[in-house]
Design a protein around this ligand. Structure first.
Ligand SMILES: *Cc1c(COP(=O)(O)O)cnc(C)c1O
Length: 357
């Protein structure tokens, strides 16, 4: 057991929102976890303090050169009224892989997990109850040197904030329309597409805005060299049901290794659905749609879990998928994963970790 983390309680607790008023990432709980890191001291001074602004010198490295990585995890209130984290160990691993790519320090998995658990225990009353709601957790590491020279920072800040979030599909699944992006690219081989870092999101905003103007909710990225190979949606990985097989782009260094993606591949395998991780071109998807072999398309990510796609738009052509209806596999995956997260279904792979206290 790591030593208890010093806690300064807020003197001004906020009023909590109703479960049916929750959106995404707008409301934050009463406390946050903060820890400092430096080359000579390692990570030190872990603490839980009242939620509030960080004080940063205007020259702080992260503000100028974007040396920052983050995670996105959820905690759920189960039907047994326990609070559980979903696959937090995977998230710790991935934060460290992202950090390595950006020359940032590693955080030991038990330090990461106990930061999350201790903070959630303090703010446990903020974990909403209604079906589909959850507590979104945002661990973030930033470069803290007050220095404008370009080099990896020598000091870092790691913090964790919590946000109660609403049911993504309060009124049932809402399939999304996606534009296949053929001008802008999100990342190229050798870049940092595999790291969960704000820079990848900054690179994606302009394409997203143009897609919104045309009535699409997100863009599907193609590879940066040939603009042929399908990569991901930018906050979700993508999967296709073609001829009763689940096909998804292989982890090629450009796309994020989604934890929901991994969860989906495991469940499909458990169910005897053939899973194929390989390169897949947009032309292959168009052809499969044209000859009736494309059965379903869906995104996978922590926020929505499964996001069925009803329509893809590519170079002037619209492909409607499964007559715009939610597919059988997407529905089954969503029901299974949300069932495990709420304690309604067994957890044979040990994906849940209970928050005590
Ligand atoms: C976080 C993220 C995903 C989804 O990953 P999950 O672990 O399933 O939430 C996909 N793509 C990008 C770029 C991401 O940042």
């Amino acid at each position: 057991m790591p030593p208890a983390i010093p806690l300064t309680r807020t003197t001004q607790p906020k009023s909590k929102p109703r479960d049916d008023q929750l959106g995404f990432g707008e409301i934050f709980t009463d406390h946050m976890f903060v820890m400092d890191g430096s080359a000579d001291q390692g990570w030190h001074d872990p603490r839980i303090v009242p939620y509030g602004p960080l004080s940063l010198d205007p020259s702080t490295a992260v503000l100028h050169y974007g040396q920052a990585v983050f995670e996105g995890i959820k905690a759920y209130r189960s039907v047994q009224d326990t609070i559980v984290l979903f696959r937090a160990d995977k998230s710790a691993e991935r934060l460290n892989r992202s950090a390595q790519r950006l020359c940032m320090p590693q955080i030991e998995e038990d330090v990461f997990v106990s930061a999350l658990k201790s903070l959630i225990a303090v703010d446990r009353d903020w974990v909403p109850r209604a079906a589909g709601t959850s507590l979104y957790i945002r661990p973030t590491m930033i470069a803290a040197d007050p220095y404008l020279g370009v080099r990896p920072s020598q000091t870092y800040t790691f913090f964790v904030i919590l946000s109660p979030v609403g049911a993504y599909y309060a009124e049932g699944f809402n399939p999304v329309k996606i534009l296949v992006e053929d001008r802008y690219v999100r990342s190229v081989k050798g870049g940092m597409g595999e790291a969960k870092t704000g820079g990848n999101y900054a690179a994606s905003l302009l394409a997203g805005e143009e897609a919104h103007r045309q009535g699409y909710s997100q863009v599907l990225w193609l590879d940066g060299l040939e603009r042929r190979y399908i990569e991901e949606v930018g906050s979700m990985n993508i999967a296709f049901m073609i001829d009763d097989r689940l096909v998804t782009p292989a982890l090629n260094g450009n796309i994020l290794a989604g934890i929901t993606r991994d969860t989906v591949l495991q469940l499909a395998t458990d169910w005897g659905i053939p899973v194929v991780e390989r390169s897949i071109t947009i032309d292959e998807v168009l052809t499969a749609a044209g000859n009736g072999h494309l059965q379903e398309v869906f995104g996978t990510g922590t926020a929505a879990v499964i996001s069925p796609v009803s329509e893809l738009f590519y170079k002037g052509h619209t492909i409607t998928i499964n007559d715009g209806r939610v597919g059988r596999v997407a529905q089954r995956l969503f029901d299974e994963i949300s069932g495990i997260q709420r304690g309604l279904k067994p957890d044979p792979h040990g994906w849940l970790m209970e928050v005590e206290g």
